[in-house]
Design a protein around this ligand. Sequence first.
Ligand SMILES: [Zn+2]
Ligand SMILES: [Zn+2]
Length: 175
Amino acid sequence: MSRELFEKAVAFHGHVCGGIALGVRACMEAIDRLGIRFSEDEDLVCVTENDACGVDAVQAILGCTMGKGNLIYYGTGKMAFNFYNRKSNESFRLIAKPKKPGGPKGQAYIDFVLTGPLEEIFTVTQTRYPLPEPARSLATVTCQICGEGAPETKMRLQDGKTVCLECFQDYNRGW
Ligand SMILES: [Zn+2]
Ligand SMILES: [Zn+2]
């Protein structure tokens, strides 16, 4: 099964690399532990802590995407993924182990990541963030300066006018 998933992820990502292999292995764990093969709605959520190659596997294999609201980026820069099953409330986090100096390289590294013992590739921990609430549809408000619409949670008040983030002049005293 890992070969089929790997090919699906590579087709989406555009090239073969160690990062996409790590993402595929993380997805295999999510499928095993959370019992969801592909998320057609928001039942499976991923909070990714990096925006590197591996996230493309999460989108291609698990169907966690920005558009559906079940892929959330929290940029610690760590090679870590938090997975949640909204229906069963199960969740876990994976963080990649540092690459061993003198360890396998190139195709041998990819094979190791896809088929090697999990404990040599990832550390499994509890998730670090509460499960994000499901995506809400918010009322659109029109900016009183540029006339463009944006959700109400993104608007600011300025001189008594409702304005968008692009028109808002931030007032920062540099504490
Ligand atoms: Zn890549
Ligand atoms: Zn505006």
